[in-house]
Design a protein around this ligand. Structure first.
Ligand code: ADP
Ligand code: 5GP
Length: 204
């Protein structure tokens, strides 16, 4: 099979929960309704207010999720903060069949697994300006209990460490000012070259 043109190579978006990935994606899909396709993952977590089955996620039971694993339906899957998440082969295939660039929003275990496949995506890491900002965003979003915020912040540190120590991503964007971050994100999504940001020291 001939390699996909650069623009159609899947884009794997990762970065700590609460950093602003969904916010950036919403803007992109609103501005370019026909160019991109979101890889709608399967998850066992409960829908948040406003989330629609089949749009943000396919919300499934643990039993269904396990059955899908057994059937080999997932390119990658992981447990995150007490819930399971996975990317379906079929999901990505359908987006690509439409001639759209497929964008995955996944956490670090998924990134590691994708690296073992032949998907050949571009890896983009969205970083918070600081851990304090990340905490504020997660709390302000109002979707998590305090214990869920704690879990997500603990995981955030290891996600940043992975990005920093293993240089696992092709590009880093710091989501400090949303408009600035979006302009960079848009360029990457459209397959344009950018000078990425440096990872800030996020040890606080
Ligand atoms: P993720 O999808 O990475 O978990 P969200 O997109 O849900 O994160 O964003 C988490 C919260 O942070 C949301 O309430 C969102 O409005 C807010 N947010 C996103 N980007 C910024 C930014 N640059 N500055 C301040 N708040 C932001
Ligand atoms: P949330 O519960 O906030 O929607 O997502 C939690 C984390 O799971 C985020 O870091 C998100 O990127 C990640 N995630 C969402 N879908 C998938 C998936 O299919 N696979 C993996 N590995 N992570 C996912």
């Amino acid at each position: 099979m001939s390699p996909l043109p650069e623009f159609l190579r899947p884009l794997v978006l990762s970065g700590p929960s609460g950093v602003g990935k969904s916010t950036l994606l919403q803007r992109l899909f609103a501005e370019f309704p026909d160019k991109f396709g979101f890889s709608v993952s399967h998850t066992t977590r409960s829908p948040r207010p406003g989330e629609v089955d089949g749009k943000q996620y396919h919300f499934v039971t643990q039993q269904t999720f396990k059955e899908l694993i057994r059937q080999g339906a997932f390119i990658e899957h992981a447990e995150f903060s007490g819930n399971f998440y996975g990317t379906g082969f079929e999901t990505v295939r359908q987006v690509q069949q439409q001639g759209r660039r497929c964008i995955l929003d996944i956490e670090a275990q998924g990134v590691r697994q994708i690296k073992q496949t032949n998907l050949n995506p571009v890896y983009l890491f969205i970083s918070p300006p600081s851990m304090a900002d990340l905490r504020t965003r997660l709390q302000k979003r109002g979707t998590e209990t305090e214990s869920s915020v704690q879990k997500r912040l603990a995981t955030a540190l290891s996600e940043v460490k992975y990005a920093k120590e293993e240089k696992a991503h092709d590009i880093v964007i710091v989501n400090d000012d949303l408009d600035r971050a979006y302009e960079l994100f848009k360029k990457v999504a459209l397959g344009e070259e950018i000078v990425g940001d440096n990872l800030p020291p996020l040890d606080d």
